[in-house]
Design a protein. Structure first.
Lengths: 682, 115
């Protein structure tokens, strides 16, 4: 049931209220109380959302009388010149009634009711004038709860926080930004989320009607089509021209964002709609539409049967997991499929897909596979081909699969494509492509596989399982041996940092909220990952600057669950917008930051080395423009400046565990902390 | 060009003597840093996601030089124009001087992770 606010006759519409620029001094109205019951606390969920009727309240269109300012009784004893009579009169006389511009029911209040109905827990924003109306309504009318405003120091931080949050919580966080300069700041982080198939709700402020723009600043901050800047990497956007339109588009945007493949969406909240009173004749029409999320698209039954046939008959099947698990249940389903087939799972680690302790974890070899199943793998071509090594010119390509190998994909990306940005990767030739959400399709695929299992096939699978288990054990032993190298080195090896940290958190409800790529994947080699909240994957589009804010956003989501959030933080990444450290401290977001301080943009340094060697000029100058030294950055002092507990730099491995222990104590009390560790490059 | 098989050399001897034809480990360490080898292979040659483990080396000097000149993987080629065989020999001597690490069983944090 949706909300009807009243039954007032729409024919009473006053055209002047629809075009405020023509009547900027229209009568103000009473404030507050409007729609207070509407959807307050209503949570968005996978089930149909029902919004309770609002308490329609009477409209008070009276002008609010202003208390006249009394004229001064005596001349001030000032040393400054006295104003002349005209100026004094102008400054002290009460203004005409029509010029006192107050309202008790700005449109932003209704916008807040709509946003509350969607169940947002948080909204991250760096304050901006184009959304000042909704800002004020959120903190006063909305009581700064559901959503709570999170103060950010950069819009890129807001967006990346929402990115990290969504990967823990499974639903979007809202951000607000100027439709111009704010969105320009946020755009890279939105692109990361887009490439990472993450829902995000972007609300932009904009003053579309030129008559309402206050001077040159608001002209510079206004735009015809705000969302156009990010339209190539958002799923849907709208710029509503009325509050009714806002309500419908806001709910529609949420639904679209949450339908796999999940993506960011944009709604432009026009400043005039935010700030002006809700027109009397519009109130009857205002309602909050019901939100019903779409069920994720599951694969066609015929295609699933065909896939099951190929997988059960395979001698060496391999499953590649990209963003296969969307929820904790996704891990259970993938384990069930792997166990049913005794098929190894090569985890691309875009999500927490599969338990790292499982004997089938990363035990397979694509080159030896006769059937390869890709589950939400964005670059299937890259999984089955090799390209020219960096050291040689040209672009030689080699298929790395064995002759006759069959490739099956289940990929929601096939349902949704855009052209301009090339994150879709190279075209993958497949034998069976199922355009569907993998997690939604797995139950039917598991069932279909089980039906085809015969005694012979089960025996063959058990023999395969024994070999894979033995291979997994050997791989584990190799990883442990590799960790011994540089064990006592300074700078501290990334393996040592991972082992020391694991020893201190292994009995906690921990959550690694950072990528392990730049840490030589040591946490994944040494730790036991088995819960969905224990890993959130990486950037999406490899846009650096994601790490620190995404970690803070994920930690924010973990906060209510009491999880110990861990962030292995690259130094280059932190320096894009370190103000997010303040956000973490200010909002008491428990998060242990361990600096991976290798004092360089290390990946880029290696690329410059490559180019220098290709030109045969030597690499002695490759550090120019790629190292972060001279001066070395003191991250512990940086964290302290933002009010965060910190220690370091730690360069002796023996000092690491005591420092980590102290920091963990701080985090367990509900605060963020940082340990600056001088680390090996990778 | 002087390519020597260094299997018979000890790291201590190299460090102490620094003989050019056998490789000067002290100079090798300087080159290892200056030529950016550590960026992919780590300061102790331990390797990682970006480069193979090379310290202590499993190849001999000649094989190391051959690979550096014509690598087959992701490593960029270092030609004679940018690094001499003698310099590579010095780097080899440095890598050879890196002590073998303790075994997993002797590192409790790692030994506990055995399955």
């Amino acid at each position: 049931m949706a909300t009807d606010l009243s039954k007032t006759d729409l024919s009473k519409k006053d055209s002047s209220s629809q075009n405020p620029s023509k009547n900027p001094k229209k009568a103000p109205v009473d404030r507050r109380g409007f729609l207070k019951g509407a959807a307050a606390g209503a949570a968005a969920s996978a089930a149909a959302l029902v919004v309770k009727p609002a308490l329609a309240q009477q409209i008070d269109d009276r002008v609010v009388p202003q208390k006249p300012v009394p004229a001064p009784q005596t001349a001030p004893r000032a040393t400054t010149p006295l104003p002349n009579a005209a100026t004094a009169a102008k400054e002290t006389a009460p203004p005409p009634l029509a010029a006192v511009y107050t309202t008790d029911r700005p449109g932003a209040d209704f916008m807040v009711d709509v946003l509350k109905s969607l169940g947002f827990e948080y909204v991250a924003a760096n304050p901006g004038s184009s959304f000042r109306g909704i800002h004020e309504s959120l903190i006063n009318y909305g009581k700064n709860s559901m959503p709570e405003l999170i103060t950010c120091m950069h819009e890129e931080s807001s967006a990346a926080m929402a990115h990290g949050y969504a990967k823990i919580e499974g639903k979007p966080m809202m951000i607000m930004a100027h439709g111009t300069v704010g969105l320009q700041h946020a755009s890279m982080a939105i692109y990361n989320a887009y490439a990472d198939r993450v829902p995000m709700y972007v609300l932009l402020g904009n003053v579309l009607d030129e008559g309402w723009r206050r001077g040159d600043v608001e002209w510079a901050h206004s735009v015809q089509d705000a969302a156009s800047m990010v339209r190539d990497y958002t799923k849907w956007d709208d710029a509503p021209v009325s509050l009714s339109h806002f309500a419908e588009s806001a709910v529609r945007a949420y639904k679209i964002s949450m339908t796999p493949p999940m993506e960011p969406v944009v709604i432009v909240a026009d400043a005039v709609l935010q700030e002006e009173p809700i027109a009397a004749d519009e109130r009857p029409r205002l309602r909050i539409p019901k939100l019903t999320l779409s069920s994720p698209p599951a694969g066609d039954s015929g295609a699933i049967a065909e896939a099951a046939k190929m997988l059960v008959a395979a001698e060496n099947p391999v499953i590649i997991a990209g963003r296969a698990a969307r929820t904790p249940n996704g891990i259970k389903l993938l384990v069930e499929l792997a166990d049913t087939l005794q098929a190894p799972v090569n985890d691309r680690r875009f999500r927490m897909n599969f338990p790292s302790k499982h004997p089938l974890y990363n035990a397979g070899n694509v080159a030896e596979a006769d059937v390869i199943l890709g589950l939400e793998v964005p670059d299937m071509w890259g999984m089955t081909h090799s390209q020219t090594p960096v050291n040689r010119m040209g672009m030689e390509v080699r298929n790395t699969t064995k002759a006759g190998a069959k490739i099956i994909t289940i990929f929601s990306g096939d349902l949704y494509s855009k052209s301009n940005y090339q994150d879709f990767g190279r075209y993958a030739e497949t034998d069976l492509a199922i355009a569907a959400d993998a997690e939604a399709t797995l139950p039917a695929l598991i069932e279909a596989c089980k039906k085809l299992l015969t005694g012979d096939r089960k025996a063959a699978m058990q023999a395969r399982a024994a070999k894979l288990s033995e291979a997994a054990k050997k791989a584990r032993d190799r990883d442990l041996e590799a960790a011994t190298f540089a064990w006592d080195a300074s700078p501290i090896s990334t393996a040592r940092v991972s082992a020391e940290l694991w020893n201190l958190v292994k009995n906690e409800d921990w959550s690694l909220v950072s990528d392990t790529t730049f840490f030589s994947d040591w946490p994944h080699k040494l730790w036991d990952f088995d819960k969905y909240s224990q890993y959130i994957g990486g950037h999406g589009a490899y846009g650096v600057g994601y790490g620190a804010p995404a970690a803070v956003g994920a930690a924010l989501a973990n906060k209510k669950h009491g999880r110990l959030s861990l962030n292995i933080q690259c130094d280059g990444d932190l320096n894009y917008a370190p103000g997010v450290l303040w956000t973490a401290t200010h909002h008491q977001i428990p998060l242990l930051n361990i600096m991976h301080n290798n004092r360089a943009y290390h990946q880029e340094l290696m690329y410059v080395q490559d180019m220098a060697n290709r030109a045969q000029r030597g690499v002695e100058r490759a550090h120019i423009g790629t190292e972060i030294t001279n001066p070395n950055i003191d991250y512990a002092t940086m964290a302290k400046a933002y009010g965060m507990y910190s220690l370091g730099p730690i360069s002796d491995p023996k000092d690491l565990a005591p420092a980590l222990k102290k920091a963990i104590e701080v985090v367990k009390k509900g605060e963020p902390a940082m340990i600056d560790v001088l680390t090996q490059p990778r | 060009m002087k390519i020597l098989a260094l299997g018979f050399l000890t790291s201590a001897a190299l460090l102490a003597q620094g003989r050019a034809n056998e490789g000067d480990a002290v100079n090798g360490k300087k080159l290892f840093l200056a030529d950016g080898c550590y960026q992919c292979h780590g300061y102790a040659g331990q390797g990682g996601r970006a480069g193979a483990r090379i310290g202590p080396p499993v190849l001999n000097t000649a094989a190391l030089i051959r690979y550096v000149r014509r690598p087959s993987g992701q490593m960029p080629a270092y030609t004679e124009k940018v690094i001499s065989d003698q310099q590579l020999t010095d780097i080899y001597a440095f890598l050879k001087s890196i002590p073998t690490p303790p075994a997993v069983k002797d590192i409790p944090l790692l030994n506990d992770l055995k399955r």
